[in-house]
Design a protein around this ligand. Structure first.
Ligand code: APR
Length: 169
């Protein structure tokens, strides 16, 4: 039975098959978790991403993990929060669903997500956590892989919002 776990800490250190990056549409790196993943993966990641032609909001692209412990990085572009009436929930759900689809297609048994859009992009934590948990639960009802999904939380506030969403789910 696939499982969903809350994992607190730095996603770049997780020894999982794939980590998900909260990227921007250029896929050429940035701050936050995007910056941390590019720093840990090394310059080959940016060079590889430069050949992908970017990624629209709500979609995902997969690359090797290079110097990371993870075999793959799945880059997804979350929505910028604009008040909640600009299709943000559907776009965020699409990020999780498309990232899980790529993980399953690449036989990943384990995948870790950061709290997509909850930093620079300003998505309210509780609402984002509810979308994340419900989308992952729904996907795992009809897929055997990935067997383990880690929701990697950077800090107590994020972890508590995700725990609440998991308990309510
Ligand atoms: N490990 C796990 N989570 C992390 C890490 C890390 N090393 N660093 C940051 N986070 C968390 C943040 O605390 C936040 O909860 O990732 C979540 C997402 O925040 P951001 O990285 O700011 O991503 P997002 O809100 O989706 O904004 C994306 O920021 O860095 C730029 O290039 C990126 O333009 C894009 C935008």
């Amino acid at each position: 039975m696939p499982e969903i776990r809350i994992e607190e800490g730095d996603i770049t250190r997780l020894d999982v098959d794939a980590i998900v990056n909260a990227a921007n549409s250029t896929l050429l790196g940035g701050g936050g978790v995007d910056g941390a993943i590019h720093r840990a993966a090394g310059p080959q990641l940016k060079a590889h991403c430069a050949g992908l032609g970017g990624c629209p909001t709500g979609e995902a692209r997969i690359t090797p993990g290079f110097n990371l412990p993870a075999r793959y990085v799945i880059h997804t572009v979350g929505p910028v929060w604009r008040g909640g009436n600009d299709n943000e929930p559907d776009l965020l759900e699409s990020c999780y669903r498309q990232s899980l689809g790529l993980a399953a297609e690449h036989d990943c048994r384990s995948v870790a997500f950061p709290a997509i859009s909850c930093g620079v992009y300003g998505y309210p934590l509780e609402q984002a956590a509810a979308v994340a948990v419900s989308t992952v639960q729904h996907f795992l009802q009809s897929h055997e892989q990935p067997a383990t999904v880690l929701l990697c939380c950077f800090g107590d506030a994020v972890a508590s919002a995700y725990r609440q969403a998991l308990e309510a789910g």
